[in-house]
Design a protein around this ligand. Structure first.
Ligand SMILES: [Fe+2]
Ligand SMILES: [Fe+2]
Length: 194
């Protein structure tokens, strides 16, 4: 599907706030893709579609969960965030024919995953900084994203974890695995530098 048509569909299906956010994430993802020498149009389209399932009705959610036998736990309210990422990934595949790494980037954009590739890292970060008003604690990411993508991702996740901890919410297993991998990477680079 052409970008123009995807945008028209998104405009019809998303609130103005979410549509604006999707455009910003797409623009940011494209810039980062250029910087890291990966496919820019692919990054743009993945950014556009990353929140495609964020505003679905409960009936629509159930349709996708059943059709693709998605995790039963998605019915729990606490998994609302994971739900829109998992469902978004299957919609991106079925309706928009996005390839596997684009769909995985959508799937991983809320809780992360140790197997994230550069595109997935870009979408995760673009989601955090592709906003009209970037939260104060995430402002450093705007520059860090262009210096070291792994450190930018680590920073975002640590901020997110801090917030969850304050609310008494346990870190998701996938996030924990990613966090450990990124910390190991950072430590080994620091050791080599010394
Ligand atoms: Fe999202
Ligand atoms: Fe988003």
């Amino acid at each position: 599907m052409e970008i123009k048509n995807i945008k028209e569909e998104l405009k019809k299906n998303l609130s103005p706030y979410r549509y604006d956010h999707s455009l910003r994430v797409a623009d940011t993802a494209k810039k980062l893709a250029k910087h890291y020498h990966i496919d820019e149009p692919k990054a743009y389209i993945t950014g556009l579609l990353h929140d495609i399932a964020k505003e679905l009705s409960e009936e629509e959610n159930q349709y996708w969960i059943k059709k693709y036998h998605l995790n039963k736990n998605l019915n729990e309210e606490k998994n609302r965030k994971i739900k829109h990422a998992d469902i978004g990934a299957v919609i991106a595949k079925e309706k928009y024919h996005l390839d596997e790494n684009c769909c995985n980037a959508i799937k991983y954009h809320t809780i992360g995953n140790k197997d994230m590739d550069t595109l997935a890292k870009i979408i995760y970060i673009a989601d955090k900084i592709g906003r009209e008003k970037i939260p104060e604690e995430l402002k450093p990411v705007e520059q860090l994203a262009y210096k070291n993508i792994n450190e930018a991702l680590l920073y975002c996740i640590e901020q997110q974890e801090k917030k969850l901890k304050e609310k008494g919410i346990k870190t998701h297993k996938d996030t924990q695995e990613l966090l450990e991998k990124l910390k190991r990477k950072k430590n080994s680079i620091n050791r080599k530098g010394n």
